[in-house]
Design a protein around this ligand. Structure first.
Ligand code: NAD
Ligand code: MG
Length: 382
């Protein structure tokens, strides 16, 4: 039985992770849980999984839960997320499943690596902001970082068909998000409700907006560079509206291996949870006769300024991806609060990136400081 330390339990990835636990109850024990504010949902999870420790955002919620569940320890705020990630520090067989959204996921990942705990990582902002630092730390501590994302799980699976040095390139697919069929001009008038209608996936609000702007694809290129040690020039992106091929790896002999499955996150989650084994899954099998055709389109950078900015942040490297991420988090938040228009998201990010003086090899403290400064500046101006 494997112990699970689960951050972001009430979110889209968190809930689907628990579905896998429910399918294989004798394989996993949920030891810690975190939820920011959805207390009713958390209470249900506590009753079902009986964890030892839970992290919430506010003291009043922690106090209330302590009264209700006296045998369980509750913590609140940032430090409690780290505590949940590193609970029972001598348990080296347990895994951190990081399904938080935003930079909040970075420190808990770092601290779990320091106690030599393997990390199943959905929280993409961890690698976007601190990719070099996190991967180096993982290497030093001989810790594995297993991706939970359809694209990176696909690359991971395809990579097992040859040697690392035989890989020539990786082709990351993109559904095209909510606005695939709209022109750049038409994007001027889109609303929050339009942007939240993703054609293929039901996900948290932030990543759904990141998919509409294509920032998500930019983030995924960054993650692939760090996870698989690739050069930026080895990564191509292609729009594939059906989201059936989740990514591909081309080898030096020009043989391309693709990973194909339904668009259902429970497959990449389960793959990471059971790796190196495969298990029966609740995910539907693909019926090719019903599919009949698959489509591919080139990615037009002029239509997706956020994707272009992500590529520029890769070129600059060092502290620039942190600025990109911080500005994106703040801008997406403002868009979700209906304080700015859709196309202002990329303008805000570009302004912050232009202002930034790149810091070489930023430390964790540098990254957290830059994140705060960028966000404060944006909120101050809006
Ligand atoms: P979500 O918004 O549905 O859930 C986020 C979870 O994190 C919730 O439990 C919430 O309470 C918690 N949380 C959010 N901000 C927090 C903070 N500041 N402090 C503490 N807790 C906080 O998000 P999601 O869609 O599940 O995405 C989680 C991560 O996985 C993101 O990084 C996302 O990009 C990535 N991801 C998601 C999907 C998907 O299908 N949903 C696919 C691939 C990758
Ligand atoms: Mg993805």
């Amino acid at each position: 039985m494997k112990n699970i330390y689960l951050l972001g339990a009430t979110g889209s990835i968190g809930r689907q992770t628990l579905e896998i636990v429910d399918k294989y109850p004798s394989e996993f024990k949920v030891v810690t849980l975190s939820a920011r504010t959805r207390m009713e949902d958390l209470i249900q999870l506590i009753e079902k999984y009986n964890p030892k420790f839970c992290s919430v955002q506010f003291k009043k919620d922690a106090d209330h839960l302590t009264d209700r569940f006296p045998d369980i320890v509750f913590g609140y705020g940032k430090t409690s997320l780290i505590h949940a990630a590193t609970f029972q520090p001598k348990d080296r067989d347990g895994v951190l499943i990081n399904a938080l959204v935003g930079i909040a996921g970075l420190q808990p990942t770092v601290e779990a690596i320091k106690i030599k705990r393997n990390v199943l990582l959905a929280n993409k902002e961890t690698l976007v902001v601190g990719g070099s630092l996190v991967m180096e730390l993982a290497k030093e501590n001989q810790v594995e970082i297993f991706p939970i994302d359809s694209e990176h799980s696909a690359i991971w699976q395809c990579m097992q068909n040859g040697k690392k040095e035989e890989v020539s390139k990786v082709i990351i697919t993109a559904s095209g998000g909510a606005f695939r069929n709209k022109s750049f001009e038409e994007l001027k008038n889109v609303t929050k409700a339009d942007a939240l209608k993703h054609p293929n996936w039901t996900m948290g609000e932030k990543i759904t907006i990141d998919s509409a702007t294509m920032m998500n694809k930019g983030f995924e290129v960054m993650e692939a560079i760090h996870l698989f040690g690739l050069l930026p020039t080895q990564i191509e992106t292609v729009i594939h509206p059906e989201s059936i091929i989740h990514s591909m790896v081309e080898y030096i002999d020009h043989s391309i291996i693709a990973q194909i499955s339904s668009h259902d996150m429970r497959l990449p989650i389960q793959y990471a949870m059971f790796y190196p084994n495969r298990k029966e899954s609740i995910v539907e099998s693909i019926d090719f006769a019903k599919l009949s055709s698959l489509h591919f389109e080139t990615m037009k950078e002029e239509k997706y300024p956020c994707f272009r900015l992500a590529m520029e942040a890769i070129q600059s490297g060092h502290s620039m991806p942190c600025v990109l991420n911080a500005a994106n988090e703040a801008a997406v938040d403002l868009f979700l609060k209906e304080k700015i228009e859709f196309l202002e998201i990329s303008n805000i990010i570009e302004t912050e990136m232009k202002k930034h003086q790149v810091i070489s090899n930023p430390s964790l403290e540098d990254l957290l400081r830059i994140d705060l400064e960028v966000k404060e500046n944006i909120y101050h101006n809006h």
